[in-house]
Design a protein around this ligand. Structure first.
Ligand code: HEM
Length: 458
């Protein structure tokens, strides 16, 4: 108990000054695995001059997800994105503008838009896999990363980039990507070569998009892509988005959606190829759908793929690419644990929750380390039994992922095509987790032997 009679969360035992940092650098999830059994669902880590308070599990994380920005904000903790996304967007602007920009995302990802994107996703998948031979061996991770960049280019950045400027723009995105390192989170402007390449790439992308936007405006040509939505987006006061804002929002969309989706499609594949029962169930579902709709695949048909949906959702439960979500607290608040202990979290703390850890809590998920997509089937519904924040791979509440439907559609478009057209076998060991990446994914190659089906699936 502190003198004010407030009960502060227990503190992780570590050496003074650098101890907390060392514990964190060893891997935040390793630290959580060690401390949760000792300290429970709420505890504080002293990291240099900061206090990070972890709220683990649906019982204590509701405030994290639901609090208004004035109480728990993202701006300070996600500031490191600013040099990548560029000026005037997302974490570089105050909350009222950011909210409007998130409205632009919401509008660009509405069902009527998604329907058009899906048609492009399907074409991209068909074209990409038509280049595979009748049989062969591939690194699934590389293939899916590549396909998803192509699809994202088409749906988000537009056909000018996808058809003419793909190589240039992907090289620039590569530099942006490589400019976001763990050190960039603490020192985003550190003068290192990776950061100067990032800054150059950002400038060049702004020029490229300025040209595309100008040409679309001049010709009056409109397209069904996120670029077009952002060009046409207007703030409440009637102001139109600037070219620089459109570029920044597109970069943000790509950063939010590209690695997260390609990692999830790789894990989904790895699990399906190692779990014949679920692969058969997915195959059966695809057979039923081809009997019903023929070879056609569109938004509504993808939405019927419930078994595949659960297989993706379960891969994502076990391997959420965003392992840690953060906020900065601007007012004191309290949380009550499952055991009935109430803790007061003072303003000034950084508040964190971890999809990677919370998604495997044994009191929420039966046999949590097992790949068991049926845990999400009607009747069991393990992702909901402990309330809205039991399954947090896409976050939730006020800042829940706006791209969740897009991500599922994209991954389903890929995997329905693959299982309908190929027999596949995993020939490398089951992949390990690459904990060192900023967006946590699959370590090393994921080698697969494939054979094109001779007969259509039905
Ligand atoms: C499997 C794929 C994806 C995963 C696992 C994922 C995960 C997440 C998570 C955990 C958050 C919440 C962050 C927080 O609370 O701090 C988030 C937010 C967001 N995501 Fe995704 N995401 C995915 C795909 C996408 C795609 C494809 C897009 C867009 C095309 C997208 C756009 C966004 C946006 C705009 C936000 C911010 C929402 C807000 O702050 O109000 N995401 N995502």
């Amino acid at each position: 108990m502190s003198r004010s009679k407030k009960r502060l969360p227990p503190v992780v035992n570590s050496w003074p000054v650098l101890g907390g940092l060392l514990r964190f650098l060893k891997g935040p999830v390793v630290m959580l695995r060690e401390e949760y059994p000792k300290l429970g669902s709420v505890f504080t880590l002293k990291l240099l001059n900061k206090n990070i308070t972890f709220l683990i599990g649906p019982e204590v994380s509701a405030h994290f997800f639901k609090a208004p920005e004035s109480d728990l904000s993202q701006q300070e903790v996600y500031q490191f994105n600013v040099p990548t996304f560029g000026p005037g967007v997302v974490f570089d602007v105050d909350y009222s503008i950011r909210q409007e920009q998130f409205r632009f995302f919401t509008e660009a990802l509405r069902v009527n838009k998604l329907k058009g994107y899906v048609d492009q996703m399907v074409v991209e998948a068909e074209e990409y896999f038509s280049k595979w031979g009748n049989s062969g061996e591939v690194d699934l991770k590389y293939e899916l990363e590549h396909l998803i960049i192509l699809t994202a280019s088409r749906c988000l950045l537009g056909e000018e980039v996808r058809n003419k400027l793909f190589d240039d723009v992907s090289a620039l995105f590569h530099d942006l990507d490589n400019g976001m390192l763990p050190i960039s989170v603490i020192f985003p402007y550190l003068p290192i070569p990776a950061h100067s390449r990032r800054d150059q790439a950002r400038k060049r992308l702004a020029q490229i998009f300025a040209n595309i936007i100008a040409s679309r405006k001049q010709t009056g040509k409109t397209e069904n892509d996120m670029l077009q939505c952002f060009i046409e987006s207007k703030y409440k006061d009637g102001r139109q988005t600037t070219e620089s804002e459109v570029t920044g929002l597109l970069i943000a969309a790509l950063f939010a959606g590209q690695h997260t989706s390609s990692i999830t499609s790789t894990w989904t594949g790895a699990y399906l190829l190692c779990n014949p029962t679920y692969m058969s169930a997915v195959l059966e579902e695809q057979k039923n759908l081809t009997q019903k709709h023929g070879n056609k695949v569109d938004h509504d048909i993808l939405s019927e793929m419930e078994v595949l949906h659960r297989c993706i959702k379960e891969a994502l439960r076990l391997h959420p690419p965003l392992i840690m979500l953060l906020r900065s607290s601007h007012s004191d608040f309290s949380v009550k644990t499952q055991e009935g202990i109430e803790y007061d979290i003072p303003k000034g703390h950084i508040v964190a929750t971890s999809p990677a850890f919370a998604n495997r809590l044994p009191h929420i998920y039966k046999n949590p380390d097992k790949y068991d997509p049926d845990r999400f089937a009607p009747g069991r519904d393990e992702g909901k039994v402990a309330g809205a924040f039991s399954y947090i791979s896409f976050g939730g509440g006020r800042h829940g992922c706006l791209g969740e439907p897009f991500a599922y559609l994209q991954i389903k478009a890929i995997w329905s095509h693959l299982v309908r057209n190929f027999e596949m076998e995993l020939i490398s060991p089951f992949p390990e987790i690459d904990w060192n990446a900023m967006v946590v994914g699959v370590k090393g190659k994921v080698m697969v032997r494939y054979k094109r089906r001779e007969l259509p699936l039905n």
